[in-house]
Design a protein around this ligand. Structure first.
Ligand code: FEO
Length: 171
């Protein structure tokens, strides 16, 4: 059984993960407009992954006997100055999500909710990876500067990212 505080915080996190999905889908659409289909595909997969994160928490709430309350998802941005700006925004957003996850862990500890704490450790590890991957792309993009040829090579490389394979409950 979840405490009221924990339930409210998890419901907020479902919304935050859905918003992340929306943000990355918007970035994917922007890349499509720039004819960078590899980056568009990478972002679409990122959006799917965020949807899976939301569903993982959605399932956890139900497993713990709580009620999921879905709320409005704010509109994401639609314009970015450059591909580098998109990935910088991605990295910043992932750092923000990490702070949200840390806040949830703090709350779980404060509420002596060991089950939620254990559940959240998957997200703690996931955020290390998410930050690392986004930062790695930012660094790569900085290295290539204005080199269009290198940009298209990175586009092809990022386009090779496979779609998330596991279902929401497994991944
Ligand atoms: Fe669900 Fe990328 O954090």
């Amino acid at each position: 059984m979840l405490s009221d505080k924990m339930l409210e915080a998890f419901n907020k996190q479902v919304n935050a993960e859905m918003w992340s999905s929306y943000l990355y889908l918007s970035m994917s659409a922007w890349f499509e407009q720039q004819n960078l289909s590899g980056m568009a595909g990478w972002m679409k997969n990122q959006a799917l992954e965020e949807l899976m994160h939301a569903m993982k928490i959605y399932d956890h709430i139900h497993e713990r006997g709580g009620a999921v309350t879905l709320t409005a998802i704010n509109a994401p941005g639609t314009e970015w100055a450059s591909p580098l700006a998109v990935f910088e925004a991605t990295y910043e957003h992932e750092c923000h999500v990490s702070s949200l996850i840390n806040g949830l862990v703090d709350l779980a500890i404060g509420e002596s909710d060991h089950a939620s704490n254990a559940f959240l450790q998957w997200f703690v590890s996931e955020q290390v990876e998410e930050e690392d991957v986004a930062n790695g792309i930012v660094e790569q993009m900085k290295l290539i500067g204005d080199d269009r040829g290198a940009l298209f090579m990175i586009d092809r490389e990022l386009g090779a990212r496979p779609a998330p394979a596991a279902g929401p409950a497994e991944e």
